[in-house]
Design a protein around this ligand. Structure first.
Ligand SMILES: [Zn+2]
Length: 411
């Protein structure tokens, strides 16, 4: 546990905050720095085929310890942290033998992790928690996942008597800005199954995500000086307002839906009198129902055009990612073995759904079935982020069991 804690506290101090506005890959050099550090630690464990490619992706392989040919299992975590809160000068605070109650963060006492807002905190008495000082994020998303995978690799290399097939360690970049899979080479990973270690709490197996499309609606009006606008101007801002006003809000919006309900979410608007661009997220667990949502947009556009014949409204829908359940159905062992591994590690597994996407949604779609596992993350993307050492240690145990269960399979 101490070495797991030490790893985590070291990794979070390297600033790897992803930057959406950077064109390069990875988006910030800190991700390369952390990747280099992990690669050298993997080499120090005695693993010899460790590589960090030109995109910053780290790949390493723990050779099989079983004699038969067993499937390769990929363990995946992302090096970057969320752009939403700064990751510079992270000062992790370790709360040993946690006394319970609210946690006031000393660097900014206005930041308080409250039991009322975070009920799982009530179950943490006596455990070891790690928080920030309140001025940054912690980066447990996803450095908890990295520390868990590194500790698993260290344990397995130190215990060659544990039977397992080939284990591929894979650290990706820029997951938080949707570029996590951009430069991943599935042939190079060459795995039968993957697991992202990027989940909340303990005992959760995410086997379903949203299916996602992006709609870009371009509304073109007619711009002219207001002095001579009578009968001539067609204000795209008014058209865009009318467009948004006709989208469902009391239903089918993120503000009013939960669980398995899908939504349409206008999240960005740009432009002026001449033209306005609206970006709208379409989300549903049932991929076929994304088409209904796109159709709704088309209907609103037709109605507006009928009322304003000079208006031009173009809608472009592009796929983003697909519900991983579709791909996981082809390899049910991905979830079944994760459940077994959790039970062997003393945890009651729960199959959960993600109202969003993961690197695993894209990977599964591309042919590598990749559910997501609990890694002890809490209050993601916020200065109130925290993690529990015991939950991270459980995740290590789960991976060690999982490696053995897959090791029993004959490829
Ligand atoms: Zn993450």
């Amino acid at each position: 546990m101490e070495s797991l804690l030490d790893r985590f506290c070291r990794y979070v101090q390297i600033d790897t905050q992803a930057n959406e506005n950077a064109a390069g890959y990875p988006s910030v050099p800190g991700q390369l720095e952390l990747g280099r550090m992990l690669a050298s630690e993997l080499r120090a464990m005695g693993i010899d085929n460790v590589a960090q490619d030109k995109h910053g992706i780290v790949l390493a392989t723990l050779p099989a310890t079983v004699q038969h040919e067993a499937p390769t299992v990929a363990l995946i975590a992302h090096l970057d942290t969320s752009p939403e809160t700064t990751g510079k000068n992270v000062k992790p605070i370790v709360h040993r033998n946690f006394a319970g109650g609210d946690i006031v963060l000393p660097g900014d006492p206005s930041k308080v992790i409250r039991v009322a807002e975070c009920p799982e905190l009530a179950t943490m008495k006596g455990k070891t928690l790690v928080t920030t000082d309140g001025t940054t994020l912690l980066g447990a998303d996803d450095k908890a996942g990295i520390a868990v995978i590194m500790e698993t690799a260290a344990y397995l290399t130190a215990h060659p008597e544990i039977p397992h097939g080939p284990i591929r360690v894979c650290f990706t970049c820029d997951e938080e800005i949707g570029r996590g899979v951009d430069h991943l080479d599935l042939a190079k990973i060459g795995a039968r199954v993957g697991y992202t270690l990027d989940g909340g709490g303990v005992g959760e197996i995410d086997g379903e995500t949203f299916s996602a499309d992006l709609a870009v609606v371009t509304i073109t009006g007619v711009n002219i000086h207001p002095a001579i606008a009578k009968g001539r101007m067609l204000n795209a801002i008014r058209l865009a307002s009318a467009f948004v006003a006709r989208l469902p809000w009391q239903a089918l919006s993120p503000e009013t839906t939960a669980e398995r309900e899908g939504f349409l979410h206008p999240y960005r608007i740009e432009g002026g009198v001449g033209a306005v661009t609206l970006r709208i997220l379409l989300r549903d667990f049932d991929t076929a129902r994304l088409a209904d949502k796109a159709k709704l947009l088309a209907t609103v556009a037709e109605l507006l055009k009928a009322e304003h014949p000079r208006a031009q409204i173009d809608i472009k829908v592009t796929p983003q990612y697909r519900n991983m359940a579709e791909g996981l159905a082809k390899e049910p062992r991905a979830l079944d073995f994760a459940e077994q591994a959790m039970r062997r590690a003393g945890v009651e597994p729960r199959r959960t759904i993600v109202r969003g996407g993961t690197d695993g949604s894209r990977l599964t779609e591309l042919g590598l079935p990749t559910p997501n596992l609990s890694t002890g993350e809490h209050n993601l993307h916020s200065p109130l982020e925290w993690t529990c050492l015991e939950e991270m240690a459980t995740a290590v145990k789960v991976l060690i069991e999982l490696a053995q269960i897959w090791g029993e399979v004959r490829a």
